[in-house]
Design a binder for this molecule. Structure first.
Ligand code: K1U
Ligand code: ZN
Length: 175
């Protein structure tokens, strides 16, 4: 398994709508294993394929809160939100492509999601709490949407400005 590089905002690949997965082959199984490795290493509770530069509809998540709880890794291929609650929930969100920036985002409190699992079986689950927030954040990545797109233009531009500066500093440190 390989830890892949995570793209940092702003990057045009993070703004693209991803294509559906047509076949679950060995390359797809390697991608999913690498995405889990990359997410746990970061560390994060979710990761979408475009964040590692692969423009396909694949996400991984593990919203287990502490080491005491059993881990609950979930990989979703071609996930779709079937229904969303009218009730909304505000949760502080972060993003591995926008490190060190956190903001409250309002989203439906519960969602029903259909997806194909890595064994090729179509599944449906009801998500609430942190899992509901995380799955909506990850599916947004597949549609080229970032959590900062829910913020006002001033906050969004401030975060993008800080990220541009940090990316320049990182590139200069590597040179
Ligand atoms: O998609 C991503 O960029 C991953 C992101 C997922 C997410 C976090 C919070 C709300 C919605 C979606 C992250 O994992 S950011 C890192 C993070 O939240 C975290 C890291 C370590 C322990 C606990 C949380
Ligand atoms: Zn993210």
């Amino acid at each position: 398994m390989t830890i892949r590089s995570i793209l940092l905002h702003p990057d045009p690949r993070l703004k693209k709508r991803c294509d559906p997965v047509e076949t679950i082959d060995d390359d797809m199984r390697v991608l999913i294993a690498d995405m889990f490795e990359t997410m746990y290493d970061a560390p994060g509770i979710g990761l979408a394929a475009p964040q590692v530069g692969i423009l396909r509809r694949v996400i991984v998540m593990d919203c287990t809160k502490s080491d005491e709880e059993d881990s609950a890794p979930i990989a979703m291929i071609n996930p779709e939100i079937l229904s969303s609650s009218d009730e909304m929930n505000v949760h502080e969100e972060g993003c591995l492509s926008i490190p060190e920036e956190f903001n409250n985002v309002e989203r439906p409190a519960t969602v029903r999601v259909a997806y194909t699992d890595p064994e090729g079986m179509r599944q449906e689950i009801d998500c609430d709490g942190l899992l509901a927030t995380c799955v909506q954040h990850e599916i947004d990545h597949l549609d080229g949407k970032l959590f900062i797109d829910y913020l006002g233009p001033v906050k969004r531009q401030m975060i993008t400005g800080r990220m541009k500066k940090r990316k320049k500093e990182k590139a200069a440190a590597r040179a």
